[in-house]
Design a binder for this molecule. Structure first.
Ligand code: GDP
Ligand code: ZN
Length: 445
C-alpha cells in the first residue's frame, strides 16, 4: 500500500487542453475513493448478472458509459483501473478515457468532483508519486521537464532521467561512499586484525567517485540549455544585414528587412532549433533621426539586447570592412569598461573561456560575402582575439548559417547534440515548478 494516505481523492483532466481537440481526453482519479467515485459514474457495458456494483479488475480496460445522477448518458468511455500499489501514484487510480473535445471531458470531470473528488493541483499526481516513493525527486522533476519539453532531444533527456539516470548514479555513489567509510572506520577500531588499507587505493576510489560526480555536473549545463534554450542577441550597426540574417535563419519574415539604415524599430525575436536546443534570436533595432552619434550607430540598442543574452553575434559587412562605427560598438561592448553581465552569467555557468575583454561570449559574423571576400575585412588584432569564432555569411542566400550554428554549439560547450543519444542531464534546480519543492521541505521537515 501507500506510505501516505490521503483523505481526499484528486481528479483532473490529464490530457492537454486548449489547441486542437484530440480524439481522446482522459480524466484521472487518484486516491482511496477513486474506485467508489468512478463506480458512481461508470456503467459497464457488460452488466453483472446479479446487479452488484462495478468491480474493477486492475489494469483491465473496460468499456461502458458515464451517466449523471439522473441516469442520463454523458459520454461513452473506456475505463482503466490501476489499483494500489501498481499505479503512478501508488494509490488507487482510475482513468476515464472520454471522447476528445472539451465538453465531454469537462462534464465527466464535473461529475467526479460532484461525487466527492477534489480538483488536483498542478503537479499533484507527481507529488503523490514522489511522497509514496514511486518517483525520486530527480525523476519527479524529469516528469515536469518531459511534459514541458520543447524539442525531441529535450524530451529524450527528460525520459532518460525519468528512467533513473541520475538517481541510479547517486544511489551507486552513496553505496560506494558508505563502503569506503566502513573500510576506514573498521580500521580505527581493529587496525591489527585487518589487512592494510592502502592510501593510494582510498584515493583512487575517491577520485573515481569524483569523476563520475563531475560528469553528472557537466550535464547540468546541457540540461539547462535543453530546458531553457539559448538567448542569442544579434548586434551591429544599421544596414549590415542583422535582420536579413535573422530572417534567413528562421526562414520567416518576422523581421522587417529594408535597405534604409535603421528602420527596424523594435527588437525582433525568432526561435530556431539548433542541435536540439531551442535558440531564441534577438534582432536589435537600428535607430534613425537622432543627433546622438552613439545612438545612431546602435550602441545603446546593441548593449540593451545583450542584457541576458547567452551569446552575442556581432554582424559586420564585408563590403564596408571594419568601420569606425563597428569599432565604436565593439569598444562599448567588449572594451575595458564594457558591460559584462552576459559574460559573468556565462562564466558562472562554467562553460566559457572567451576573451580577456570581459565581454559576452561572442561570434563575429562577416555578412555580405557575396560583395567582397571576408579576407578583405581587416580586423585589428584585439578584435579578432575577442571573438571565439569568425563566420562568413551571405544572409539572402542562407549561406554560412550551418557554420554559424556549429560555432554557437561549440561556444556554449556542448558540441554536437544528436537526437536519440538517450543522455540524461542533471538538474540545477532553478526555477522549477513550486509543487516540486514541497517534497524537499517535507523531507527535511
Ligand atoms: P540591418 O539593419 O543590420 O538589420 O540590415 P538589413 O537586414 O535590414 O539589411 C540591410 C540591407 O542589406 C538590405 O537591403 C539587405 O537586403 C542587404 N543585405 C543583407 N544581407 C546581405 C548580404 O549578405 N549580401 C548582400 N549583397 N546584401 C545583403
Ligand atoms: Zn534590422
Amino acid at each position: 500500500g501507500s506510505k501516505y494516505t490521503y483523505e481526499d481523492t484528486i481528479a483532473a483532466i490529464v490530457t492537454s487542453l486548449g489547441g486542437e481537440d484530440g480524439s481522446v481526453a482522459i480524466v484521472r482519479l487518484s486516491g482511496s475513493s477513486a474506485v467508489s467515485i468512478a463506480g458512481q459514474l461508470f456503467r459497464p457495458a457488460r452488466k453483472s448478472r446479479d446487479g452488484t456494483p462495478w468491480e474493477p479488475k486492475s489494469h483491465r480496460v473496460e468499456y461502458g458509459t458515464v451517466v449523471d445522477s439522473s441516469g442520463a448518458i454523458i459520454d461513452e468511455v473506456l475505463v482503466v483501473p490501476m489499483l494500489a500499489p501498481r499505479s503512478y501514484t501508488r494509490e488507487d487510480v482510475v482513468e476515464l478515457q472520454c471522447h476528445g473535445g472539451s465538453i465531454c471531458v469537462h462534464r465527466v470531470l464535473q461529475l467526479c468532483l460532484q461525487s466527492g473528488a477534489r480538483l488536483a493541483k498542478p503537479g499533484e499526481f507527481s507529488l503523490r508519486a514522489f511522497l509514496n516513493g514511486r518517483l525520486d525527486l530527480s525523476q519527479a522533476e524529469n516528469v515536469a521537464e518531459l511534459i514541458s519539453a520543447k524539442t525531441s532531444v529535450a524530451a529524450e533527456a527528460a525520459l532518460a532521467g525519468l528512467q533513473g539516470g541520475l538517481s541510479s548514479l547517486v544511489h551507486d555513489l552513496r553505496a560506494e561512499c558508505l563502503e569506503l567509510l566502513g573500510d576506514i572506520e573498521a580500521r580505527l577500531d581493529f587496525e591489527d586484525e585487518m589487512p592494510v588499507l592502502e592510501q593510494s587505493d582510498v584515493i583512487s576510489r575517491v577520485d573515481s567517485m569524483l569523476d563520475r560526480l563531475q560528469g553528472a555536473l557537466g550535464t547540468a549545463r546541457r540540461g539547462e540549455l535543453l530546458q531553457a534554450g539559448l538567448q542569442v542577441a544579434i548586434v551591429g550597426r544599421p544596414n549590415v544585414g542583422k535582420s536579413s540574417l535573422l530572417n534567413a535563419w528562421s526562414q520567416s519574415s518576422k523581421a522587417i528587412v529594408t535597405d534604409i539604415p535603421g528602420t527596424t524599430r523594435d527588437v525582433v525575436e525568432a526561435d530556431v532549433v539548433v542541435g536540439g536546443i531551442r535558440v531564441n534570436l534577438l534582432d536589435t533595432a537600428g535607430i534613425r533621426d537622432t543627433d546622438d552619434i552613439v545612438e545612431s550607430i546602435g550602441v545603446q540598442r546593441s548593449k540593451a539586447a545583450a542584457v541576458g543574452a547567452d551569446v552575442v553575434l556581432m554582424v559586420v559587412s564585408a563590403s564596408d570592412g571594419w568601420t569606425g562605427e563597428d569599432n565604436k560598438i565593439f569598444q562599448e561592448m567588449w572594451g575595458d569598461h564594457a558591460y559584462t553581465e552576459a559574460g559573468d552569467r556565462a562564466s558562472r555557468n562554467g562553460s566559457h573561456d572567451f576573451s580577456k575583454f570581459g565581454g559576452a561570449p561572442s561570434v563575429l559574423v562577416i555578412n555580405k560575402v557575396d560583395t567582397a571576400s571576408p579576407t578583405s575585412v581587416i580586423l585589428p588584432d584585439y578584435v579578432s582575439k575577442a571573438f571565439s569564432a569568425i563566420v562568413p555569411t551571405c544572409a539572402p542566400q542562407s549561406m554560412g548559417i550551418n557554420n554559424l550554428e556549429a560555432a554557437l554549439l561549440k561556444l556554449v560547450g556542448i558540441g554536437e547534440v544528436t537526437s536519440g543519444g538517450r543522455q540524461w542531464a542533471a538538474n540545477q534546480c532553478r526555477g522549477r515548478p513550486s509543487s516540486f519543492y514541497v517534497p524537499v521541505r517535507l523531507w527535511r521537515g
